[in-house]
Write a protein that binds this ligand. Structure first.
Ligand SMILES: Cc1cc2nc3c(=O)[nH]c(=O)nc-3n(C[C@H](O)[C@H](O)[C@H](O)COP(=O)(O)O)c2cc1C
Length: 195
């Protein structure tokens, strides 16, 4: 196999929701952002705007405003997630040392919102994978959710993001302070040749 190490990183990545009280070093931060910037994008437009947040007060604000909605945008508590056999439990957790917000300009994207969202998702996934490969632990937190538009509005207000931008998600990153959960892959969803 050409690059088994990469395959192993992709397969072993899991969401981490508890972090050590330790800053992410600048060189690692630069590498994970570079990996985000290397993602594929529709029309090759590289539409992402990436907001790197290390200010603890802003990170706390982003999390607390999500909590005030009293609906799941909270972090899932991993231990309880296991206890309840897959039933998600959303709870307050300690803020991560680093938050990376991914946004993109809707007006400049040829009216192709789907393409913009897919491109931003590629960027986010690259950052999650690179974080994992470098020994960091990360979790995607939804921002844009059509059933809960208030979350995106709040995040835009807190970060002063121009209105025409989509904010797809934010990635909480740090040194892991928990063992990631195993998960069962839904291999039955693979179809061959036709549905
Ligand atoms: C678009 C998207 C939004 C997510 N939002 C949240 C979230 O708000 N809170 C959270 O704890 N996890 C969130 N996650 C992480 C998922 O819960 C997680 O990926 C899933 O449970 C599978 O676990 P794994 O990442 O360990 O493989 C999100 C993931 C994606 C892709």
């Amino acid at each position: 196999m050409k690059n088994k190490a990469l395959i192993n990183e992709i397969k072993s990545r899991r969401s981490i929701r508890k972090w050590k009280n330790k800053k992410v070093p600048k060189d690692l931060l630069k590498t994970i952002i570079d990996c985000g910037l290397s993602a594929p994008s529709a029309y090759g437009a590289q539409p992402w705007e990436i907001i790197v947040i290390e200010d603890k007060k802003i990170i706390e604000k982003l999390l607390s405003d999500r909590r005030q909605l009293k609906k799941p945008p909270y972090f899932i508590n991993s231990a309880k997630y296991v206890d309840k056999l897959g039933k998600e439990k959303y709870e307050k957790v300690k803020p991560p040392p680093l938050m990376i917000v991914i946004a993109g300009d809707q007006k400049e994207y040829y009216g192709d919102t789907g393409g913009l969202i897919a491109s931003l998702a590629c960027c986010g996934e690259n950052i999650l994978l690179a974080s994992h490969a470098l020994g960091l632990g990360a979790c995607w937190l939804f921002v844009r959710d059509d059933s809960m538009p208030d979350v995106e509005k709040e995040v835009k207000t807190i970060l002063n993001i121009p209105s025409q931008h989509i904010v797809l998600g934010m990635l909480a990153v740090g040194y892991p302070d928990e063992t990631a959960l195993n998960k069962v892959l839904k291999s039955k969803k693979i179809h061959h040749n036709t549905w």
